[in-house]
Design a binder for this molecule. Structure first.
Ligand SMILES: Cc1cc2nc3c(=O)[nH]c(=O)nc-3n(C[C@H](O)[C@H](O)[C@H](O)COP(=O)(O)OP(=O)(O)OC[C@H]3O[C@@H](n4cnc5c(N)ncnc54)[C@H](O)[C@@H]3O)c2cc1C
Length: 352
């Protein structure tokens, strides 16, 4: 009853955005069609409110904000907007940028940032990529009414436990998303604005949107790290167990150090660097093991610790006992959907 009342409550909340009942091939994909433009306005306003709260917290802590692109002049000097700033310690937290699809016509694609700028739901979408961002955005845009194909090079969620990934593939297919292995060869724009996507196997698919979610890498160029002793490569800034770079005065946390790309991890790592440097806790360091993560799919899947594949790689198969158990989602029990969750097999792995 709680579940039902929550659903009804959600219908009341969504009332503002619905325009009509939505059907595809005579099948109700989603009971309502979302007015994405109105929805976006409210979501953007919410984010603006959050920005203001963070700004106030910084002001209250006497933190001065300088808005501009920062670059290094040396290990202790930053240049920004023509001014220079010197510091004993500098923290890099420049995050990452979505990687581009390296094929002719990539200018017709959008990335995950632009996804949140969509004002209309595309009728047909190809999502390129097999990570959690591709998975989450596929389901969102599909339930909003788009006919979605998810295109992966090898397999979905390759860094996750493959049993969970298998569950997710079933999940996507059950929700009407086509799952396809392959790679894009080129993208052409048709006169009516739609896109003709040619795959490497020669097949062609016409869609209205190609969303690329093939990973993220730090935008290091503008930082001019070549003026420092910081070592880095295309995918990350190299750091030690204390998140210190190869320059003593410079630390790097968050997505740019290539360890665990999640918001709470970036926040925690930043706090730990501050505690160690300024609160006399010289041995404090971030533990990047066993960070729990969730994929916001329907239903959501979560995991913590090593995947079975990684555990076997680390300890060897003979040193592991693997226990499995299944359970049905209580929220689906009343719909008699329990048995559809056959592949929902959470596992406990114990090293003996
Ligand atoms: C679609 C999507 C969904 C996600 N979902 C989740 C989720 O559900 N849960 C979760 O925990 N994580 C999620 N993440 C990951 C999360 O967003 C990142 O892990 C997190 O934002 C990393 O924080 P950060 O501080 O390292 O970098 P960012 O948040 O990317 O911030 C970096 C900032 O540095 C600025 N910058 C870069 N270079 C310079 C420069 N030279 N000078 C000045 N400023 C500069 C950038 O403009 C940016 O404002 C998601 C990411 C994406 C793309």
């Amino acid at each position: 009853m709680y579940k039902t009342s929550t659903i009804l409550q959600s219908f009341n909340e969504i009332e503002k955005y619905k325009s009509r009942w939505f059907k595809q091939n005579d099948q109700i994909i989603n009971p309502i069609e979302i007015n994405l433009s109105d929805y976006k306005k409210d979501r953007d306003a919410y984010i603006k409110r959050l920005n203001n709260i963070y700004q106030k917290n910084l002001d209250n802590s006497d933190v001065e904000g300088i808005f501009g692109k920062a670059s290094f002049l040396d290990n202790n000097t930053i240049e920004c907007n023509g001014d220079t700033y010197q510091a004993e310690n500098i923290l890099i937290a420049c995050g990452g940028m979505p990687s581009k699809l390296d094929v002719p016509g990539n200018e017709h694609t959008i990335n995950s940032d632009q996804f949140f700028d969509l004002k209309e739901v595309p009728k047909r979408t190809i999502v390129v990529g097999g990570g959690y961002i591709a998975t989450e955005l596929s389901q969102i845009i599909s339930t909003f009414g788009s006919k979605v194909t998810i295109l992966v090079r090898k397999c979905l969620l390759s860094t996750f436990d493959q049993e969970l990934a298998g569950f997710q593939v079933n999940n996507l297919e059950n929700s009407g998303i086509t799952y396809q292995c392959g790679e894009v060869e080129k993208i052409d724009k048709n006169e009516d604005g739609s896109l003709k996507v040619t795959f490497q196997d020669g097949k062609i698919q016409e869609v209205d949107c190609v969303l690329v979610a093939i990973g993220r890498s730090p935008m290091l160029g503008p930082l001019k790290l070549e003026n420092t002793d910081v070592e880095y490569d295309q995918s990350k800034i190299h750091t030690d167990e204390f998140d210190k770079t190869t320059a003593d005065s410079i630390h790097a946390v968050g997505d740019c150090n290539g360890k665990v790309a999640l918001t709470p991890v970036a926040i925690r790592a930043g706090r730990i660097v501050a505690e160690r440097l300024f609160n006399n806790r010289p041995q404090l360091k971030m533990n990047y093991d066993n960070v729990p993560s969730v994929i916001f799919s329907n239903p959501p899947i979560g995991s913590v610790g090593l995947s079975e594949e990684k555990a076997v790689e680390k300890y060897g198969k003979d040193d592991l006992n693997i226990y499995k158990t299944t359970f049905g989602s209580k929220s689906l029990t009343y719909l008699n959907k329990n048995f559809e969750m056959k592949s929902s097999i959470p596992k406990r792995k114990i090293r003996l």
